[in-house]
Every structure is written in structure tokens, then in C-alpha cells.
Design a protein around this ligand. Structure first.
Ligand SMILES: [Zn+2]
Ligand SMILES: [Zn+2]
Length: 205
């Protein structure tokens, strides 16, 4: 029982990490650290790349299986199995986040949750980069007042996810109630980077 609760606590702790790291360490740092640079480059690109995220994996493993496991055992007095479970919950929830974020960029939604997560995240990309920081859950956005409910996302055509468009370059019919693409401007990498590093949304020209 304690092992299960520990695992769940670790997973919930990750969702808090997901929000705070993304908001403060990546966006509000405006490129002043490695993770921030890599993340803001992700905002400036059309295609999703499994960006050099081995440092993120190392950090997540070290914090989960080192720091949180130690804190759960030594500070909170949990048994070793329960303390390991906290670390494991953190790591597994992180892996789920990485997978879901990639899925948002690469594949069309298939469930209501998948559709919600994509609207939430793509509003962050193309509407307001300083809002909707959570990817797996909007909970911490609601708690910290950065939640914008999203019915419809307007996407600059030059940055549109490939799953969004048909062969003619228009939004697939089944996705038109949630997405619109605008503009014909080509992607100029330097300009996109400048805006991304200033936390400005891409222009819709
Ligand atoms: Zn993204
Ligand atoms: Zn972001």
C-alpha cells in the first residue's frame, strides 16, 4: 500500500516539476541555461526533434532515484521500498510526459484527452507561450493562474504540425472545429528564434 501511494506521490510530484521547470527554468530564464535554450529552440522549429534530452533524463533519474528517494526515506521516514517507489513514480511520470509531448507534435489526437492536451499545448506554442505550461495536466496552470481554456488554436502555416494538414496544405476536415492555419510567410529561423527567446508567439503572417 505504501509502495503504491509512494509511486502515486512521485508521479504527482513530477507533474509539479513539469510545470515549474517548463515555466521558470525554461521560459522565464529566456535562454540563460542549457535546458532553456533547447526548449526555446523547440518553440522556433516546425518539426519535433527528440532534442538532446539525455541531460534531462540524467537529471530526472538523479533527482528521482537520488534526491526524492533520500528525502522520502530520511526526511519523511518512509520505508526503503516506499521511498524507491516515490523515485520510480517520478521517473515513470517523466517518461510518460516525454512520450505524450512527442505524440502531440507527431500524431493526430485519437481520444478526448489527446485532443484536449494538444489544444492546451499548441495554444502555449502559437498563442501565449507564458500560459498553459503543463503538458500532461492543466492542474498546476489552474492552481497558479496561467490556465487559458482553449476551444480553437490558430497555427501559422509555416509551423503547422504535419498531422494537421491535408495534401493541399489545409486543415484536415475532422480537425477544423479545433484548428485554423493562417499566413503564407516562409519560416526564417533567426526570426523565429528571436521571438521564441523573448517568449513571444510566432506571427500569423
Ligand atoms: Zn511542444
Ligand atoms: Zn514551452
Amino acid at each position: 500500500m505504501n509502495v503504491l501511494l509512494g509511486f502515486l506521490a512521485g508521479a504527482v510530484l513530477w507533474t509539479f516539476g513539469e510545470y515549474t521547470i517548463h515555466r521558470f527554468a525554461f521560459h522565464e530564464a529566456r535562454g540563460r541555461n542549457y535546458g532553456s535554450k533547447e526548449h526555446l529552440r523547440h518553440h522556433a522549429r516546425r518539426d519535433y526533434t527528440l532534442w538532446n534530452n539525455w541531460p534531462a533524463w540524467l537529471g530526472v533519474l538523479a533527482v528521482g532515484l537520488g534526491l526524492w528517494r533520500w528525502a522520502a526515506h530520511d526526511l519523511l521516514g518512509l520505508s526503503w521500498p516506499a521511498a524507491w517507489a516515490v523515485g520510480a513514480g517520478w521517473v515513470v511520470a517523466y517518461a510518460h510526459y516525454e512520450w505524450l509531448h512527442m505524440a502531440c507534435h507527431l500524431w493526430a489526437p485519437r481520444t478526448r484527452y489527446g485532443a484536449f492536451v494538444r489544444r492546451h499545448h499548441f495554444h502555449h506554442h502559437f498563442g501565449e507561450p507564458l500560459r498553459n505550461h503543463g503538458v500532461t495536466t492543466p492542474f498546476w496552470d489552474v492552481a497558479f493562474g496561467t490556465y487559458t481554456p482553449v476551444e480553437r488554436v490558430v497555427v501559422p502555416r509555416r509551423m503547422a504540425m504535419r498531422w494537421l494538414l491535408d495534401d493541399a496544405g489545409e486543415v484536415r476536415p475532422e480537425l477544423r472545429s479545433s484548428y485554423e492555419v493562417r499566413g503564407r510567410a516562409p519560416l526564417v529561423e533567426d526570426e523565429e528564434l528571436q521571438r521564441a527567446f523573448a517568449n513571444e508567439a510566432p506571427v500569423l503572417a
